[in-house]
Write a protein that binds this ligand. Structure first.
Ligand code: UD1
Length: 339
């Protein structure tokens, strides 16, 4: 049985990856500082899979503390997700983002070098494609010109990982460029729980559906898109998690540096998502058209053909699945009996 260290493994995406890895017969070690996740998620992972990951509460920037995870276990691969992820916050507090997201990547790679760990999978983002590429985005496009510091931390982390692989031929690295992850585990046990007011679309829609907010602000209806609202490539988090298992399998036999888009290849507008959510869940979502949100792109979606062909991975779940599972998570975890 191979052992994977999963940093940020109790977060929204990390917890789904943990489930998938365990179900694919990996031994999972989670390093997470609980800064944007909850310890209860560990029990939920166990409830879904019947197995509990080994857990270290650790800030992966703290080298001495992170080292314990390497010295106490025989790790085969690292899947690195730990990092801050709010685009808006990154524009207000760039140093916090650069410090945390870059030092965490450096520290993890440094420990990997020290313990001669062969495989590194990095949680990157479509945001690295910047604002000037035509859609659909392909892995060989020029990257850069990100619209925010969060995006730059992903871009720079990719470069760091590539350089480390070049200098250490026994280390192979894979950048997985996520598009817009939404949805939740079909059990309703794990899902997305943003702290404070959500900035992403699906969590905000859920809060309107639950009555916490009166309406959704639709940021702009004058984009050159099918209905004027922003278009994105929403991907179910369970599909995304499955991509990581495929990534690890591929890295075993393919040294070097690799990049793959994880998206569906389909773009949906804000209004299409709204409509799909209403239909899937039989609820009404009030909305108001508001001005564009600064930094937003009009539309982007993946060309996922490389991952489809090379990794034998494909996003299978529909937008209806994404809307149903996102809402199911809210219903399952609601503390009131309002619904
Ligand atoms: C952003 C980041 C991406 C990051 C992702 C996290 C950029 C270019 N992209 O994606 O790097 O990984 O967040 O999931 O910075 N919208 C509304 N009303 C709302 C919220 C959103 O109309 O209340 C619209 C947006 O204008 C956009 C779409 O919904 O058209 C999706 O927005 P969001 O969920 O915030 O994700 P992105 O901005 O695409």
């Amino acid at each position: 049985m191979k052992t994977v260290l999963l940093t940020g493994g109790l977060g929204f995406i990390g917890s789904h990856i943990a489930v998938n890895l365990i179900e694919s017969d990996y031994k999972v070690i989670i390093a997470d500082d609980l800064s944007n996740s909850k310890i209860e998620t560990l029990d939920k992972i166990e409830k879904i899979t019947g197995k509990s990951p080994i857990f270290y509460q650790v800030d992966v920037c703290e080298r001495k503390l992170l080292e314990k995870t390497f010295s106490e276990n025989r790790i085969d691969s690292v899947v690195h997700l730990a990092g801050y992820k709010s685009v808006a916050e990154s524009t207000q507090e760039p140093i916090k983002y650069y410090r945390n997201n870059l030092i965490s990547t450096l520290t993890v790679l440094e420990e990997m070098q020290k313990y001669k760990i062969a495989q590194f999978v990095f949680s990157s983002s479509a945001t690295v494609y910047g604002s000037e590429n035509p859609v659909p985005y392909k892995e060989d496009m020029k990257i850069g010109n990100c619209t925010n510091p969060y995006g730059h931390t992903k871009l720079i982390s990719e470069e760091i990982a590539r350089d480390v692989a070049k200098a250490n031929p026994y280390i192979s690295v894979m950048m997985l460029r996520y598009f817009n992850p939404v949805g939740a585990h079909s059990s309703g046990l794990i899902g997305e729980e943003p702290q404070g007011e959500p900035s992403n679309l699906m969590p905000y829609i859920c809060k309107v559906a639950s009555g916490e907010y009166e309406y959704l602000s639709v940021f702009g209806n004058d984009y050159p898109t099918k209905d004027g609202t922003g278009v994105r490539d929403y991907i179910h988090v369970e599909d995304l998690a499955e991509g990581h298992v495929k990534a690890l399998e591929y890295l075993k036999n393919n040294p070097g540096s690799h990049i793959f888009n994880l998206g569906t290849g389909q773009g949906y507008s804000v209004l299409e998502i709204l409509e799909a959510f209403e239909k899937a869940n039989n609820v009404k979502i009030s909305y108001r058209i508001e001005p564009r949100r600064p930094g937003d792109l009009s539309e982007f979606y993946a060309d996922p053909s490389k991952a489809n062909e090379v990794l034998d991975w494909r996003a299978e779940r529909t937008v209806e699945d994404m809307c149903r599972d996102s809402w199911n998570y809210v219903l399952t975890n609601s503390k009131t009996d309002k619904f």
